[in-house]
Write a protein that binds this ligand. Sequence first.
Ligand SMILES: Cc1cc2nc3c(=O)[nH]c(=O)nc-3n(C[C@H](O)[C@H](O)[C@H](O)COP(=O)(O)OP(=O)(O)OC[C@H]3O[C@@H](n4cnc5c(N)ncnc54)[C@H](O)[C@@H]3O)c2cc1C
Length: 413
Amino acid sequence: MAINLEVPRKFEQLVDQAHTVAVEIFRRNSRKYDLAEHTYPKELDMLAAILDGMNEGGGMSGAGAGTVGSGASSGNGTSGAERGGNRNGSNMASLLGLVELCWGDVGLLLTMPRQGLGQAAIAAVAGEEQLQRFGGKWAAMAITEPEAGSDSAAIRTTARWDDDEQEYVLNGEKIFVTSGDRAELIVVWASLDPSQGRAAIKSFVVERDNPGLKLDRLEHKLGIRASDTANFVLTDCRVPRENLLGSPEIDSKRGFGGVMQTFDNTRPLVAGMAIGVARACLDRTRELLGEAGVEVDYDRPLHSQPAAAAEYISMESDLEAARLLTLRAAWMADNRKPNSLQASMAKAKAGRTGTDIALRCVALAGSIGYGEGELLEKWARDVKILDIFEGTQQIQLLIVARLLLGKTSAELK
Ligand SMILES: Cc1cc2nc3c(=O)[nH]c(=O)nc-3n(C[C@H](O)[C@H](O)[C@H](O)COP(=O)(O)OP(=O)(O)OC[C@H]3O[C@@H](n4cnc5c(N)ncnc54)[C@H](O)[C@@H]3O)c2cc1C
């Protein structure tokens, strides 16, 4: 069977447009917002308006950060798929757009208005009415807590049902919320009943201006400084019944089911972000090598080329392996095939490879690579987060091992 690894023709326009945005808007503002941490990149407002126009015209749909989720549900038996919300190819479109945009700047991508990881959760588990209310809004995702990072089942935030007011009352603390200060909505994970374990964990949509939600602080970070990372305290935060995503029933057989399915969509996308950053590093390194008189020749064996050229080619092949794993995971999501294993494989490989390539490119470029005159040092700082959030490198490998060996999370931890 022949396999065609070219970008399908129907996505070519989207890829071209995303690349133009990456060059004209993201790259031009990269260093500015790396240096001005916590300043909102106002240039993105204009971009959001252009993207809205393109989406209406069908031109660039799926290529926004939305990529981190908009309109894309996995088709892994989620309600999104059942209601037919999964356009075939939407995960692939999002992925291809993201790779290009992150070639431009991953920090700016992560702070694109009206996008955000919360939209992935909404797309995966929201009902029709909720989609109407929340769709198209900027939605952050708040899972992590001081005592619960990798082990998200350990969250302590509670959601108590108030029978008198017919509302949920949320109490707890959430940390490291990407776009937490800028988003309009925050999807908060909380437990309806901590004694019932992971089955009782549900996600709730909280309006950013809810008086029970108080911003504690913004983080100062190694990289992705254009993207704000917020910490919150929830104190008697009242949320209407209709803002619980999915079913309010505690179904111990389904366990984490609903909420975890979000990751099957988002992990390939985060892998795609790492691929975009790594591609940027390689492209710039190739130019610098060329300026230094080092020629990269694909027709000659590695051992007969300069060491720098051989290293460049080996990095490219590693990136291609990550890219193919990631394309497969997104393709499976679009084709309604369970992809948890492939999504974690892709994220593990791309997260590690992206970080590795970025640092090796800094090394190859020598002192130029380490200085602020180039973006290489910035990309090396930025890319590391893609190997941490949405599940760290170690956690992805653990998930892969569990799925390959047929072990539960209790049996292999
Ligand atoms: C910039 C930034 C943005 C973020 N954005 C968001 C967001 O929008 N929403 C959100 O909810 N969270 C977000 N996070 C949180 C992120 O998802 C967590 O940091 C991540 O899940 C790891 O959790 P932790 O930091 O508590 O580390 P820990 O879970 O304490 O892990 C520490 C180390 O131990 C390893 N480890 C943990 N358990 C195991 C195990 N069983 N086996 C082997 N190794 C293990 C980890 O891989 C890691 O190397 C963000 C974090 C950062 C830094």
